[in-house]
Design a protein around this ligand. Structure first.
Ligand code: ZN
Length: 377
């Protein structure tokens, strides 16, 4: 089956055709050609009518496994129906239940990957690191080796409510797992204790800090400056993810960080049932919030395509080039005044919004729930 998408404006900062109106030829679930001029003969043609097209959006931080945590959301609702082709569930599953999660994941249209909780419990108790014996290093490694495509990294929630008062051993054991499997460790930061400085002290190149713009006292800005420990972590290659969530995105921290020259690497949502109706809404809304701070659309799209694929070490994803998996997001940028909230209740005035129209996933076209709104032109 060969499909040709035509009249799409490419958004891919890694491509020489960036911002050009292109055709994308898809064969057997892979991109075979991207060009300003491909003959239509013999292909099934989809006309994008001037909409933007990028690599499929990847949401680095969601919760979509409600057997472990009943706040988990239906994957397709925040996935393909919202313009997102890949969801990374951040720690809902652990070694005890990841096999069940893997099997369920195959029943959805959206691609799902897991950051395996270093606790075998996943999020079943919400204080998964209280007992050190629940971090079973060998079983976690075993699961990662048994499901090498599905498990893309590991998750550790660094909060006293999760860890009890042992702030050291979970990091040491996580590092043992991570060193063996060589996939990124994502760490949730929030309330003190532990201090952000202490948490960052454990992190190395390729690790990911999520909730980087939380508005809690233990945040990345201290005395009007980006903390020294944060700058040092970035220097050695630690990555920073937005991880919006119910209580982890302060628009004012994001604004001040931008003014201080500190930008996020990726813009995951931490979306689940309780926050999909606000303040998170969708990955597109999270990107639109960043655009209201002055990030360009291209920068926001790069965060959730090329940057996300690179953070997850998924070489076949993240850009629109021959040989890559044919996962694409099709979207428009509309001018529309609206006010939405951050996690602290601050009102954010949006002038422009990214609106997902459709996705192509493994070469197959699917419209989103936003695509047919009459005000999209
Ligand atoms: Zn989360």
């Amino acid at each position: 089956m060969k499909t040709l998408l035509k009249n799409g404006v490419l958004v891919d900062k890694t491509s020489t055709l960036n911002h050009k109106t292109v055709s994308v030829l898809i064969e057997d679930g892979r991109i075979s050609e991207v060009s300003e001029d491909i003959s239509e003969a013999g292909y099934s043609v989809i006309d994008l009518n001037g909409a933007f097209v990028s690599a499929g959006w990847i949401d680095m931080h969601v919760h979509c496994f409600n057997e472990a945590w009943d706040e988990g959301i239906s994957p397709d609702r925040v996935g393909v129906e919202s313009g997102v082709t890949m969801l990374v569930d951040a720690g809902s599953s652990g070694a005890d239940n990841v096999e069940e999660f893997f099997e369920k994941s195959a029943t959805h249209k959206t691609k799902i990957r897991a950051m395996l909780n270093i606790s075998r419990l996943g999020l079943t108790t919400l204080h998964e690191l209280r007992k050190i014996e629940d971090i079973d290093v060998e079983r976690a490694i075993g699961m990662a080796e048994a499901y090498p495509d599905f498990i893309v990294g590991f998750k550790l929630r660094a909060s006293a409510s999760v860890m009890g008062d042992d702030f050291d051993n979970p990091f040491l054991l996580a590092r043992k797992i991570q060193t063996k499997v060589k996939k990124p460790l994502m760490v949730h930061v929030g309330n003190f204790p532990p201090s952000l400085d202490d948490v960052l002290g454990y992190l190395e190149k390729g690790d990911i800090v999520t909730h980087c713009y939380n508005g809690k006292p233990n945040g990345i800005i201290s005395d009007g400056l980006i903390r020294e420990s944060v700058l040092k972590a970035r220097e050695r290659g630690v990555l920073f993810d937005v991880g919006h969530g119910t209580s982890s995105y302060s628009h004012s921290v994001a604004r001040n960080s931008k003014a201080l020259g500190f930008y996020p690497d990726t813009a995951g949502t931490d979306i689940y049932r309780k926050n999909v109706g606000g303040p998170v809404y969708s990955l597109a809304h999270t990107m639109s919030k960043l655009m209201s701070l002055g990030y360009t659309m291209d920068e926001c799209i790069a965060m959730n395509t090329v940057n996300a694929a690179s953070a997850l070490r998924l070489d076949s994803y993240g850009s629109v080039k021959p040989g890559k998996v044919a996962d694409l997001s099709v979207f428009r940028k509309i001018v529309r005044e609206s006010i939405i909230l951050d996690s602290e209740g601050e009102e954010i005035n949006l002038n422009e919004q990214i609106v997902p129209v459709a996705v192509v996933i493994d070469g197959e076209w699917k419209e989103t729930i936003y695509g047919n709104e009459e005000h999209i032109h």
